[in-house]
Each structure stands twice: as structure tokens, then as C-alpha cells.
Design a protein around this ligand. Structure first.
Ligand SMILES: Cc1cc2nc3c(=O)[nH]c(=O)nc-3n(C[C@H](O)[C@H](O)[C@H](O)COP(=O)(O)OP(=O)(O)OC[C@H]3O[C@@H](n4cnc5c(N)ncnc54)[C@H](O)[C@@H]3O)c2cc1C
Length: 485
């Protein structure tokens, strides 16, 4: 295998999204995935939240996902449902779609973009020097790259080998999850008892059964077995329902940990490799995909020599706080999901609060990723926030903002005097568009904000600069984000 600019270790949702972003930016990238193919045994993430759907829409591929899943109100906090139907987005809903199908769609897109995915191979080690990284593979070969990104999951061998600390909280609850056959009719649905929450449901194929059971003890090591699952079921239900023929048995807990640094020289981590937490709220896959969309264009610019490699530090500064908030909200949800009477009373009280419009909208925007704001300093409320998918009128006819982002290039959207903003030194990097927009500017949580006269939109869809009718600060923003003139 020849050398490439970027090697992505791990072909899960994060690695695939990152590979797609890099390929769109014209960077030579390869994915190394230890699985033999894209098939994912078991059923991890169950869908996409609104901001992730928007991010896919920004690349013109949201319809592929929407056509395969079920649009639904899926946001919630500690199992308290949160309707996002009135939040200002073109996608005020979530999408129920299992992770194996999400991954297949992403892999299809990445394939169309010409990215090689080397299945059945593991990254076994790496050595970085001033000029690049040598990446060792399990087949004995090695790849030379400018950068290596570990999208290799919660146990991330890359994070460990890079010596990146993973501080956080040990588990307070642990569950087995499995897909099995049963000999007896089990107790369907969810059961809550002093130990925690348990549940059995029929898989879509009608044959197998999905089991989730809280374990009596914490700290088990090693891969869980059918025997472990049987014992856990007996402890809760008094019977194991004659479980047999498992296709998948796994363990997950509420351990919450986050990489102390998302970067060590030429090695970066993203997705579960950078953060792990309890699945309630369904935020892990979303975080990973959005890490990738934050990192992709920055890494591409650095690899192409457009930006200095310090731009990569903004990946940590922007994304670390987002995951830290998710860790915090999952810990709060775990506490609210405890099964004693007092916690039930507390959850009822929180449920009442979340029934009020303002708290619901705030928490719903957080859980669906619509409220993310990167700290890019003071200024217009749009700064550092996602630019809404406005219906614009341009000289070429009607255009949506997200359509302008399909090729993952930055856009200067000028809504004022046509031709009024001169960005000549950046024309090869930034697309400038004159347009008009007649409607309100409404942002999740904030509500209506004053219409900016112009917005500099980064490839990830976040506002890098918002103009008030002059070009004050525009050149600085262009130089900060898209290289010197
Ligand atoms: C029970 C459960 C339910 C969940 N539900 C949701 C949900 O509803 N919504 C949600 O958003 N998230 C959910 N999640 C979390 C979600 O599954 C993860 O956050 C997501 O898979 C992270 O994607 P990733 O690509 O970062 O990591 P992974 O999906 O773990 O992918 C990492 C990849 O790296 C590969 N790999 C590992 N080591 C190497 C190596 N050395 N070399 C090459 N390849 C390697 C692995 O084979 C794997 O394919 C759930 C998780 C669990 C356990």
C-alpha cells in the first residue's frame, strides 16, 4: 500500500464520516478496519438526532438515511420524552434507524468518494516523527501518513499507544445486552426493580429476542458469556427463559471517560475513542459523526498546507466541551433512572419541569445537538452556532444554505449590497455568494436574532463571522480559519 495523507483507524460511524469529509476536501485518505466487512453484529445505536440529520443534509446525503428509517420524536432525557417538533430546523424530529444500516449507508457514500477501506486489518502500532507517522498493520505491512486518526472505539488502542490519558468516572451500573433465541415465552417489555432496569423485546426479524439485563455486580472483566447472561436473568426473573443460540452478547456500563487531549502531535482521536458514556439519550454516535465533521476540513487544510497545524488544536478546544456536556447529562440521567421511590419522585418532578415549554426546548435542543455553540468570542449571537438552513434567493435561483455546503467548502453568504464584500485573496478557498433572504432568523433556544448582513460559514456549517453591514473582522476571520491571504 502506498503512503497517504491521512490514515483513519476504525471504520465505524466516526471513521467513515471523517473519511468522507477528507475525500470531499480532496485529501488522500485510507480507512483501516479490523472487521472483515461493514456488517455489525448486534444493535448499538438506534437512530439519528436532528443535528446529525442536518449535518448529513449539509452533504446532500440526508435523504438516503431518511428513506430507510422512521421519522419520529426520539429525543428524551432519562426516558422522559421531549418533542422537538417546534424547534426551528428543517428536521424537527429524529430518525429511528439501526447502527448497522447507518454504517452501511456511510460506507456506501465513502465508497462513491473513492476512499479505500482496508477491511480485516488492524492498526497494531505507530511511530510518529517530525514529518509523519508510520502506521503498522496486522498483515505485516505499514503505511506512511501525515496524520493518523484513531476512530477505533472506546477501548482505542491508538489513544492508549499515544499515551493520551482517559480520566473520568468508574461505572455505577452495568448491563448485559444480547440477541438470543428462547425456549420459553419470556416476560416481554421493561421491568424495573431494586437492581435496575431490564427488558426483553422481539427483534424485527420476528425470531430472535433482544435482552437487556442489569448485572448484580460491577467490575466483571472479559467478554460476557451465555452463562453470565443466564445467571443475570435468573437473578432478576427467576428463570433464564431457556436462552440459547446467541448471535451477540455484550456489556455496557455508565462509565464516563474523556480523552484529556484529542491530539498528540500527528495522532488524533475522535468518536468513542475520545469519549465514552452511558447510552441513554442516544448521543454517542451523533458526537462521533460531528467530531468527524469538525475535524475533517481542518485536517484537510493542514495536510494541503493551507493552514498551520495549530488549526488542529481548535478541534480539541471546540469538541472537548461538547462531549464533556454529554458526559454530564448522561451522569444526571443515570441518577434519575435509579429505581428507588425517592428517585422516582425526583424524576416525576423533573418530568413536570420538562413539561414546561422553556425547559423542554432547552433540554431538547441539547439532546438533539441543535444548541451547540463553539466559543469563537463575543459578537453576533450566530457566531460559533450552526447556520440555519435558510431558503435563499440567488442570481441562479432559489438555494438552501445547506445545499451550498454540499462540497464541504467554506461559504461567504452576503445578504447585503451585492458584491459589497471583497475577499479576493481567498477566492480559491472560499465561495462567495450574494443572496437575499426575507424571513426571520430563528435559532434553537435563543429564538429570533437580528438578521446579519453577511455570514462566513465554515464547511461544518458553523458561523465563523457575522457581519453588521461592514467588513470589520472579516479578513481576520478568513485568515484564522482558511489560511493567510
Ligand atoms: C447498547 C448501546 C446502545 C447505543 N445506542 C446509541 C444510540 O441510540 N444513539 C447513539 O448516538 N449512540 C448509541 N450508542 C453509542 C454508539 O454505538 C457509539 O457511540 C458509536 O458506535 C461510536 O462510533 P465510533 O465510530 O466512534 O466507534 P465504534 O463504532 O466503536 O467503531 C470503532 C471501529 O474501530 C474498529 N477498530 C478498533 N480497533 C481497531 C484497530 N486497532 N485497527 C482497526 N480498526 C479498529 C472496530 O472494529 C470498530 O469498527 C450505543 C452504544 C451501545 C453500547
Amino acid at each position: 500500500m502506498a503512503g497517504q495523507a491521512v490514515v483513519v483507524a476504525g471504520g465505524g460511524p466516526t471513521g467513515l464520516m471523517l473519511a468522507g469529509e477528507l475525500a470531499l476536501a480532496g485529501v488522500d485518505v485510507a480507512v483501516v478496519e479490523q472487521r472483515a466487512g461493514q456488517d455489525l453484529v448486534g444493535s448499538r445505536a438506534g437512530g439519528l438526532h436532528a443535528r446529525t440529520i442536518e449535518v448529513l443534509d449539509q452533504r446532500g446525503i440526508a435523504d438516503r438515511f431518511l428513506s430507510q428509517g422512521q421519522v419520529a420524536q426520539i429525543a428524551g432525557f432519562a426516558w422522559i420524552p421531549l418533542d422537538i417538533g417546534d424547534l426551528p430546523t428543517r428536521h424537527p424530529y429524529g430518525l429511528a434507524l439501526w447502527q448497522n444500516r447507518i454504517e452501511r449507508l456511510l460506507a456506501g457514500w465513502v465508497g462513491e468518494l473513492g476512499v479505500p477501506i482496508h477491511y480485516g486489518r488492524e492498526v497494531t502500532g505507530f511511530a510518529q516523527d517530525a514529518a509523519g507517522v508510520d502506521v503498522a498493520l496486522s498483515d505485516g505491512r505499514s503505511l506512511r501518513a501525515d496524520y493518523l486518526v484513531g476512530c477505533d472505539g472506546g477501548r482505542s488502542p491508538i489513544r492508549k499507544a499515544a499515551g493520551i490519558a482517559f480520566p473520568g468516572w468508574d461505572p455505577s451500573t452495568s448491563h448485559l445486552i444480547a440477541e438470543v433465541e428462547v425456549a420459553e415465552e419470556p416476560e416481554w417489555g421493561t421491568r424495573r426493580d431494586a437492581l435496575g432496569i431490564h427488558g426483553l423485546s422481539r427483534l424485527e426479524d420476528g425470531g430472535a429476542v433482544r435482552v437487556m439485563v442489569t448485572e448484580q455486580r460491577l467490575g466483571a472483566t472479559g467478554e460476557p458469556t451465555l452463562r453470565d447472561l443466564g445467571e443475570a436473568l435468573v437473578a432478576v426473573y427467576g428463570t433464564d427463559f431457556g436462552i440459547h443460540s446467541p448471535t451477540w452478547i455484550s456489556r455496557f456500563s455508565d462509565m464516563a471517560r474523556q480523552a484529556a487531549s484529542y491530539r498528540k502531535g500527528r495522532v488524533l482521536v475522535a468518536g468513542d475513542a475520545a469519549h465514552v458514556h452511558y447510552p441513554t439519550g442516544g448521543q454517542g454516535l451523533q458526537l462521533g459523526v460531528q467530531d468527524a465533521v469538525n475535524l475533517g476540513w481542518k485536517l484537510a487544510q493542514v495536510v494541503k498546507g493551507v493552514s498551520p497545524d495549530g488549526l488542529l488544536d481548535t478541534y480539541h478546544t471546540e469538541r472537548h466541551p461538547v462531549a464533556a456536556r454529554v458526559l454530564r447529562n448522561t451522569m444526571a440521567q443515570v441518577a434519575l433512572l435509579r429505581t428507588d421511590d425517592r428517585t422516582d419522585a425526583l424524576r416525576d418532578a423533573v418530568s413536570e419541569l420538562l413539561g414546561m415549554d422553556e425547559p423542554r426546548k432547552r433540554v431538547a435542543a441539547e439532546m438533539s445537538g441543535l444548541d451547540i455553540r463553539y466559543d469563537l468570542g463575543d459578537g453576533h449571537p450566530l457566531l460559533g452556532r450552526r447556520v440555519p438552513d435558510l431558503d435563499l434567493v440567488t442570481a441562479d435561483g432559489p438555494r438552501r444554505v445547506f445545499t451550498l455546503l454540499h462540497d464541504a467548502r467554506p461559504v461567504l453568504l452576503n445578504l447585503g449590497e451585492p458584491g459589497g464584500l471583497d475577499i479576493t485573496p481567498w477566492v480559491d478557498r472560499v465561495r462567495s455568494i450574494d443572496a437575499t433572504y426575507a424571513g426571520d432568523w430563528e435559532l434553537p433556544v435563543l429564538g429570533r436574532v437580528a438578521a446579519p448582513a453577511a455570514v462566513l460559514i465554515r464547511p461544518d456549517g458553523y458561523a465563523a463571522w457575522a457581519g453588521d453591514g461592514t467588513d470589520a473582522g472579516l479578513r481576520e476571520a478568513l485568515a484564522t480559519w482558511f489560511g493567510s491571504p
